[in-house]
Design a protein around this ligand. Structure first.
Ligand code: AMP
Ligand code: MG
Length: 442
């Protein structure tokens, strides 16, 4: 792994204590999700390191500068239809209009004559409007023309109005106006939009480097013998997937043994080579291992019991090693808890570090709960759901089987997360609940 100078975070930045002091009733042993999110949000600072890359490579990257349109798109008034271009002022609402066809305008090959009164030009979609023409009649509305293009056409009364079927110069983007704003995550439409401006290279924030490892002596890696009482390490794979989807550079450091020297070396290596570290396991109350101890020793880390289910225990803060700092997310060990704490606590923070501006949490949709759901007030619950449309076309959600925090199958089968808010009590069949979809169009 290389050591880049931009890995080090600004040493003058905030401490956990200074952020927490702003909260009136901070209790690390009963922290509402919203408070945990707020603390994380305030401690995190964007990395701000820019690189210029080719347009295609910029997909899913964070735009690092505002893009102002260097040209008008489209560059000229042009036709939105295949048809005939003419002067709208010749239209008379009570009578048909007959026009002589005096030429053809193709996309990319303009008609350069003048169109006088009583005349029109056959025009293709995207062709520049001939001088003075402001209206296009689609060819299928015209009487008297055939495919070869008759020398005269008749426009039935009332078929079009002045200005119809004409795309105006600059109607998509006007020269000098903002096209895309810094901080936007570039989606396929944005690549196309940049291409429409002729921009082939884009300034983006460099990728966030995130190191992650699993802790727990019971963990085995794929390929190792599964000794009695052991489990295969699945968290590194879900984390790999979630971080990769987010566009991070991932550094998978494997399973780290519960040995102070080994743990210290792992934390230091991660800290010196990554912007953020994500660990799983070893942060619950009564953990016999050294993970928490090492986190506390190397940095400014809070150990929380969050009012959420799954995912109660979590560590968050910054650690330092040899003059470098990295944010630390110590996620719980249970496989579903790892995913839920990642999605609802780490994800937004990583996006903020990546320089993504005002990233709203994924939209919540209110849908009908098919069945009753048990829910205790005083914690946010994230249940795994399957959203479907009933015969009346209404969206309904049902919970996937067992909601145990170790049951990864519940995540795999689900297509959404049901978010039951902090103060909510039991849900009755037919009540409305919030869901977040796992997949969207983009
Ligand atoms: P912990 O938070 O370390 O107490 O772990 C809680 C539960 O999650 C235990 O049953 C662990 O065996 C399990 N667990 C911890 N880490 C992993 C992992 N990387 N993959 C799968 N299960 C894990
Ligand atoms: Mg453990």
């Amino acid at each position: 792994m290389s050591k880049d100078s931009d890995t080090a975070l600004n040493p003058a930045n905030k401490t956990l204590a200074s952020v927490i002091s702003c909260l009136s009733d901070y209790d690390p042993d009963a922290l509402p999700v919203a408070d945990a999110q707020a603390i994380i949000r305030q401690l995190i600072e964007p990395i701000n390191a820019v690189e210029k890359i080719a347009l295609r490579s910029a997909l899913d990257r964070v735009l690092a500068a505002d893009i102002v349109s260097p040209i008008n798109v489209p560059s000229h008034d042009n036709s939105a239809m295949d048809g005939y271009a003419f002067h709208g002022k010749e239209l008379n609402k009570d009578s048909d209009l007959s026009l002589k066809v005096i030429g053809t305008a193709f996309a990319g090959r303009a008609f350069d004559g003048t169109v006088g009164s009583g005349a029109c030009v056959r025009i293709m979609t995207g062709a520049i409007m001939p001088g003075g023409c402001d209206t296009v009649i689609p060819q299928e509305y015209v009487l008297g023309a055939n495919a070869a293009g008759d020398s005269a056409i008749t426009i039935p009364a009332g078929a079009v109005k002045t200005g119809d079927n004409r795309r105006l110069k600059g109607e998509d983007l006007k020269v000098g106006t903002p096209a895309l704003q810094k901080g936007k995550i570039l989606r396929p439409a944005d690549l196309g939009l940049l291409a429409s401006l002729g921009i082939g290279e884009v300034p983006v924030q460099r990728r966030l480097r995130v190191a992650f490892f699993s802790t727990g002596d019971e963990l085995r890696s794929i390929g190792e013998t599964l000794d009695e009482g052991c489990v295969y390490d699945s968290n590194r794979y879900t984390l790999y997937g979630m971080l990769t989807r987010l566009g991070c550079d991932v550094v998978d450091m494997g399973v780290i043994k519960d040995d102070p020297a080994v743990l210290e070396a792992a934390f230091r290596t991660a800290c010196e080579n990554a912007d953020a570290i994500i660990t799983s396991g070893g942060v619950s109350v009564g953990e016999a291992d050294y993970t928490k101890q090492m986190m506390a020793q190397l940095g400014d880390v809070g150990f929380w019991k969050i009012g959420m289910r799954p995912g109660r225990p979590m560590a968050f803060g910054k650690i330092a090693s040899n003059g470098k700092q990295a944010y630390l997310f110590g996620l719980p060990g249970n496989p579903v808890a790892v995913m839920v704490t990642f999605y609802f606590l780490a994800r937004q923070a990583l996006l903020h570090m990546m320089g993504a501006s005002a990233v709203a949490a994924p939209p919540l949709m209110r849908v009908v709960s098919k069945a009753a759901i048990r829910k205790r007030p005083g914690r946010t619950e994230y249940q795994r759901g399957i959203l479907s449309r009933n015969s009346a076309g209404i969206q309904e959600v049902s919970i996937t089987g067992s909601q145990g925090s170790g049951v990864l199958r519940s995540m795999s089968e689900a297509n959404c997360m049901v978010v039951l808010e902090h103060d909510r009590a039991d849900v009755k069949a037919g009540d409305l609940v919030d869901v977040i979809l796992f997949e969207g169009l983009i």
